[in-house]
Design a protein around this ligand. Structure first.
Ligand SMILES: [Zn+2]
Length: 929
C-alpha cells in the first residue's frame, strides 16, 4: 500500500519478519508485534491438477500447419529463453479462460536455473495455502494461477530487479514484474517470490506483491500482502520508529483506517448494525465481527481501525469485516460478470417479419449461487420489466413490435452478506437500441463470383428484391475503374486489366438502413505471370488494448489487382479486402505470439501466407488511485453517446456507489443530465434503481439531496416509494449523529476525569547509552541524573497527550534527535505538591522498563520490555508536605518508548489538593533528586 508501506520506506518491518532481530532481545514479549505461527511443514505437491503448459500456450496453435509460423514461434520462444531468461511457464490452477477469470501469476526472482522445481514447489505451497483461507477459498473458481520461472544468477541479481533483500524491505521493478507475468497470462495480480532466506518483509503494491521465499509458505503473509496488492488495503499497524507522520486526514484513501473518532460517523458505520438493509434483502453481519474504532497498533493517536484483530494488522489469521468486504468486492471488480451476452452489438435493426433473441448469462458463480451469494438479473423493454432471474440467466425474443425505436436493458445486481459497500463492483448492465423498420428486409440478387477473360465483358444484373423496391437506393463500392451500375445492371470491360476485385452493392432506404452484398470478379487469362509474391515477414509486435493497424503485403508479377482475405485469424481482426489493411485491438485476454493466416488473390491465382503477431500485454498495473478513476470518468463521458437509454440509466447509478469523489461526483452530474432528458417511459426504472441502492448513499449527502429533489417534484408510485426509503435513510443518519454526540460527550467526561492526578508536564533528559547494554541492564546502570543535578542532561520540556502518555520516541523524532532509539534510557522529572504529608498511590505505565525516585529516594522499579498500558503497575508511596520531586527513568529496547504516571490517594481516589507538573522551577538551580 502506497501510503503506509512505500517501497523502500525507512526500516519498515512487518509481522512475518522473524529472524532479523537480535535474538537476545525481549522482543518476543511485545504483544504489539505478534507474529504468526509458522504453518506445518506440509510442503508436498498440492492436490492441484498441475499441467505444464507448453511454453506460451503454443498447444492451441497446433492447428496451423505451415512451417513458417512454427519456426517463428520457436524463434520467439528462444528469444524469451535466451534474452528474457524464462526457462519455464507452468499452470498451477486453471478454472477457465477469458474475461470471466482472474489470472494470478507468480514470477521467480533470484533463483538459479537449476532451482526451477524448488520454485514450482514454493508456488504450489503458496497457492494451496492461500486458497484454503477465507474469503479466498470462496472465490477459487474464478482463478487461474500460473508460475513463470526466470533463471537468474543469484539472489543478488534478479531480472525483475528485486532490491533491499539484505535490508529491511523487498521491492522490485513493478513494470518488469508485470511484463514477466504477462508472458504467462493477462495477470490481474503478480506475485514475485524472491530467493532469499532473509526474513525481511514482503512488500505489497497495487498489482504486484513481493514475497521472500520464507513468507511465501505462510498463508497469512500472502493474505496480508495480497490485501495490499489486490484490494489496496492499508496496513493497520505501523512501527513507532517510522511513524505515519502525516495528518490524520491523510488516512482518507484507505478503507480500513480513519481519523474519525466516533464509529457511528466513521466510514464503516454501517458495520455497527447487526442487520443491514441490502439491495436484495437484509444482510446479517457475520458472527464474531466486533466493529469499533480501535486505536493503537502503533498508529499515531487518533487513527482508528475497524476491529482490534485483522490480518492487515498482523494479529489475526482473518481479515476484519471492512478489509474482507473490500477484498471480496474486488473479486468482482476484475472480471466480467456476464459470461455470454447476445447480441453483442448495441445498436440493432429489426426488419418486418424478423425476430431477435436477447440472452444474458452471468458467470457460473451466479448461475449456481452458493448460499452466501445472491443476485438479480432484470431485463427491461421500453420501461417494463420483461424478465427477471435470481439464477443469472434471462432471455427474450423480440418480434412483432411496432415500428420505431425500442430500448432493451439488462441489469445485474449481486449481494453477499459480507459486502455492504460494493464500490460499484457488484453490478453490471447491458443495453440495446432496436430500430424496427416497417417493411421487410430487402435482398440483393447478384452473382457472387464472375469470371471474365481479360478481353471480355462483364454485364450482370444487380436487383433489389423487395415488395417495394422503390424504397431503396442501390449503390456500389470498390468497383474497378470504368465500371458502371445502371438500370439494375453492372457493366465493365477489363480491357487487359487483370486480377481480383470485390465489389460491394448496397440497397439503403431513406434512414440509410439496408443490406450489402459482395460480388467477386476474377479476370483470368491476362498477359504475363500471375504468380503472387509475399515478402518474408518478421514477427509483428503489438500491444493489447491499443488500436493496431498493419499492411498486408503481396504483389503479382504482372501487377494484377489483388484481394486480401483472412483465413485463420483471431476474433476481432478485420482485413480490408481491397487494401489489405488489417485492423485489430487485441483484447487483454490475448498474449504471446499469435500466428494468423491470410490469402491474397489475383484472378485465378491465390496464395496463403502466415504472419506471427507478438502480442504484448500492456504493462500497466491497475491502480485504483490513478488510471482507475480517470478510466471511470472517461467511460461516463463516453456513455453520453450510447444509443442505449438503459446503459445511460444504469451505469451512472452504478458508479454513484464508487469510493472516490471524482468518480461518483461525475456519475452524479451524468445521472442528473440523464434524468432531465429522460423519456417519461423510463423514469420509473430510474427511480426504482436508485431506490434499490438508496442505503449505499448514507455517507454521500449530495446524492441523498439530489434523490430527495427528484421525489419532491414527482407523485408517481416510484417516486413515492423512493421518498419513503429516503425517509428511512435520513432517520438512520440523524440517529447515528445523535448517538455519536452522546458518545463523544461521555468520552470527553471520562477523559477529563481520568486526567485528574496525571503528571502531564515533564522535563526530559537527553538519551543515555552504555555501550550496547540491553534495556534491562540499562535500568541498573547509573547515569548522571541519578547522582545529582546532572548539568549534562540537557533538560527539555515535554507534555503528555490527552490520555496522559508521554511519547518519548515521538518527542525525539519531532525535535530531530537522530535515532535509532534502541538500547538506551532517558530520565523525566517533574514535581507533585500536596498541602499535607500523605500516603499516596502511583499508577505507572511504561515502555519499556521503569525506575522511579521521589525526593531522591528510589521508590519503584520494574525491569520489563512491554508496550505501555495505563496504570499497568501500582506503587504505594509517601509524599511530604509541599513540593516533592519526581524522577522517572524509562529504558528502551526498540520501537515504542513511552511513559505514564498518575498520583492518587492511597485508596485510589483523587488526591485532594494535589498539584502536579511545573517541573523546571522545582529543580533549578538547587535541584538534586
Ligand atoms: Zn482490517
Amino acid at each position: 500500500m502506497r501510503t503506509f508501506c512505500p517501497a523502500g520506506s525507512r526500516g519498515r518491518r512487518n509481522d512475518w519478519e522473524t529472524q532479523s532481530r537480535p535474538p537476545e532481545t525481549c522482543t518476543a514479549a511485545k504483544e504489539k508485534f505478534m507474529r504468526f505461527q509458522r504453518p506445518g511443514t506440509n510442503r508436498g505437491v498440492g492436490a492441484f491438477a498441475c499441467r505444464v503448459a507448453l511454453l506460451l500456450g503454443l498447444a492451441s496453435m497446433a492447428a496451423v500447419s505451415a512451417e513458417g509460423p512454427h519456426e517463428q514461434v520457436d524463434r520467439y520462444a528462444r528469444y524469451l529463453r535466451d534474452i528474457k531468461g524464462i526457462a519455464g511457464i507452468k499452470t498451477l490452477l486453471r478454472m477457465g479462460e477469458g474475461p470471466n477469470y482472474i489470472d494470478l501469476v507468480i514470477v521467480s526472482a533470484g533463483f538459479h536455473a537449476d532451482r526451477m522445481q524448488e520454485f514450482y514447489r514454493l508456488c504450489e505451497t503458496l497457492v494451496k495455502g492461500l486458497f484454503a483461507q477465507p474469503p479466498w477459498d470462496r472465490y477459487k473458481s474464478l482463478f487461474n494461477v500460473h508460475a513463470v520461472f526466470v533463471a537468474d544468477e543469484s539472489p543478488d541479481v534478479s531480472r525483475v530487479k528485486v532490491q533491499g533483500f539484505k535490508g529491511n524491505i523487498l521491492h522490485c521493478d513493478n513494470g518488469l514484474a508485470i511484463e514477466y507475468s504477462r508472458y504467462a497470462a493477462d495477470s490481474g495480480i503478480t506475485v514475485v517470490i524472491h530467493n532469499s532466506s532473509f526474513s525481511t518483509s514482503s512488500n505489497g503494491y497495487w498489482g504486484v506483491i513481493v514475497h521472500h521465499k520464507g513468507a511465501a509458505v505462510e498463508p497469512m503473509a500472502s493474505m496480508h500482502e495480497l490485501g495490499h496488492g489486490f484490494a489496496g488495503l492499508g496496513d493497520e499497524y505501523i512501527q513507532r520508529n517510522t511513524p505515519f507522520d502525516g495528518p490524520p486526514s491523510a488516512l482518507f484513501d484507505s478503507v480500513n483506517v480513519t481519523a474519525e473518532e466516533h464509529p457511528r460517523l466513521s466510514k464503516w458505520h454501517y458495520w455497527l448494525e447487526e442487520t443491514w438493509p441490502g439491495a436484495l434483502g437484509p444482510q446479517k453481519r457475520p458472527s464474531g465481527a466486533n466493529v469499533e474504532n480501535a486505536e493503537g497498533a502503533g498508529w499515531i493517536k487518533r487513527a482508528y481501525r475497524p476491529e482490534k484483530s485483522c490480518v492487515m494488522r498482523g494479529n489475526s489469521a482473518a481479515y476484519c469485516v471492512v478489509c474482507n468486504e473490500t477484498l471480496e468486492a474486488n473479486f468482482f471488480r476484475y472480471i466480467d460478470l456476464f459470461k455470454a451476452v447476445e447480441p453483442a452489438k448495441e445498436d440493432l435493426v429489426l426488419w418486418q417479419g424478423e425476430q431477435i433473441e436477447f440472452r444474458l448469462t452471468a458467470i457460473d458463480l451466479l448461475c449456481q449461487p452458493p448460499e452466501w451469494l445472491k443476485s438479480r438479473l432484470d431485463l427491461y423493454l421500453d420501461g417494463a420489466q420483461i424478465a427477471t432471474s435470481d439464477r443469472g440467466e434471462v432471455s427474450h425474443v423480440l418480434h412483432n413490435v411496432a415500428p420505431g425505436v425500442h430500448q432493451l436493458g439488462a441489469n445485474l445486481n449481486v449481494q453477499a452478506d459480507t459486502i455492504r459497500r460494493d464500490f460499484s463492483f457488484l453490478s453490471r448492465n447491458k443495453g440495446w437500441r432496436v430500430t424496427v423498420v416497417p417493411h421487410a428486409k430487402p435482398r440483393i440478387a447478384v452473382t457472387p463470383l464472375v469470371a471474365v477473360a481479360a478481353d471480355g465483358t462483364v454485364d450482370v444484373p444487380v436487383i433489389v428484391e423487395h415488395a417495394t423496391p422503390a424504397l431503396f437506393t442501390l449503390k456500389m463500392a470498390n468497383a474497378p475503374a470504368g465500371a458502371i451500375l445502371e438500370n439494375g445492371r453492372f457493366k465493365w470491360k477489363p480491357n487487359g486489366a487483370n486480377g481480383s476485385w470485390r465489389v460491394n452493392f448496397s440497397a439503403l432506404n431513406e434512414q440509410q438502413l439496408g443490406v450489402t452484398e459482395p460480388m467477386e470478379i476474377q479476370v483470368a487469362g491476362g498477359q504475363g505471370d500471375n504468380t503472387i509474391e509475399v515478402p518474408s515477414q518478421e514477427p509483428v509486435d503489438l500491444v493489447t488494448g491499443k488500436p493496431f493497424k498493419f499492411q498486408l503485403k503481396a504483389s503479382t508479377k504482372d501487377g494484377g489487382h489483388l484481394l486480401y482475405e483472412p483465413v485463420q485469424v483471431l476474433p476481432g481482426v478485420e482485413v480490408n479486402h481491397e487494401t489489405g489493411e488489417l485492423s485489430w485491438t487485441a483484447p487483454r485476454s490475448v498474449g504471446g505470439p499469435q500466428p494468423m493466416r491470410f490469402r491474397a488473390k489475383n484472378g485465378t491465382a491465390a496464395r496463403e501466407f502466415d504472419i506471427v503477431f507478438r502480442v504484448r500485454r500492456e504493462v500497466t498495473p491497475s491502480p485504483i488511485f490513478g488510471p482507475y478513476q480517470q478510466m471511470s470518468q472517461d467511460s461516463l463521458e463516453k456513455l453520453k453517446q450510447s444509443p442505449s437509454v438503459y446503459r445511460r440509466i444504469f451505469e451512472p447509478i452504478r458508479l454513484l456507489r464508487d469510493r472516490f469523489q471524482p468518480v461518483y461526483g461525475k456519475a452524479l452530474t451524468v445521472a442528473q443530465t440523464v434524468y432531465k432528458d429522460l423519456d417519461p417511459r423510463f423514469r420509473a426504472n430510474f427511480l426504482q434503481e436508485l431506490n434499490l441502492h438508496a442505503w449505499a448513499f448514507t455517507s454521500k449527502s449530495e446524492v441523498l439531496k439530489w434523490m430527495r429533489e427528484l421525489t419532491n417534484t414527482d407523485s408517481s408510485e416510484a417516486a413515492v416509494s423512493l421518498k419513503r426509503k429516503l425517509d428511512e435513510v435520513d432517520r438512520y443518519n440523524a440517529d447515528r449523529w445523535k448517538q455519536a454526540q452522546a458518545e463523544a460527550a461521555l468520552k470527553k467526561k471520562a477523559r477529563t476525569e481520568a486526567m485528574v492526578g496525571v503528571v502531564s508536564s515533564w522535563q526530559v533528559s537527553k538519551i543515555y547509552r552504555a555501550g550496547n547494554k540491553s534495556a534491562n541492564d540499562l535500568l541498573a546502570h547509573v547515569f548522571p541524573p541519578e547522582q545529582g543535578p546532572a548539568p549534562d542532561a540537557e533538560w527539555k520540556n515535554v507534555t503528555s497527550d490527552e490520555d496522559g502518555v508521554v511519547n518519548i520516541a515521538g518527542f525525539f523524532e519531532k525535535t530531530k534527535v537522530p535515532g535509532p532509539y534502541t538500547r538506551c534510557a532517558v530520565y523525566l522529572r517533574s514535581t507533585a505538591e500536596v498541602p499535607n504529608a500523605t500516603d499516596a498511590l502511583l499508577e505507572i505505565g511504561s515502555d519499556d522498563g521503569v525506575k522511579i525516585w521521589i525526593n531522591g529516594n528510589e521508590t519503584f522499579v520494574h525491569a520489563v520490555c512491554r508496550p505501555l498500558a495505563i496504570a499497568q503497575d501500582q506503587a504505594k508511596v509517601h509524599l511530604k508536605k509541599g513540593a516533592n520531586t519526581l524522577l522517572v527513568k524509562i529504558t528502551q529496547d526498540h520501537s515504542d518508548w513511552a511513559s505514564y504516571l498518575r498520583i492518587r490517594a492511597a485508596d485510589g481516589t483523587a488526591l485532594t489538593g494535589l498539584q502536579v507538573g511545573a517541573g523546571e522551577n522545582a529543580f533549578a538551580p538547587r535541584s538534586a533528586p
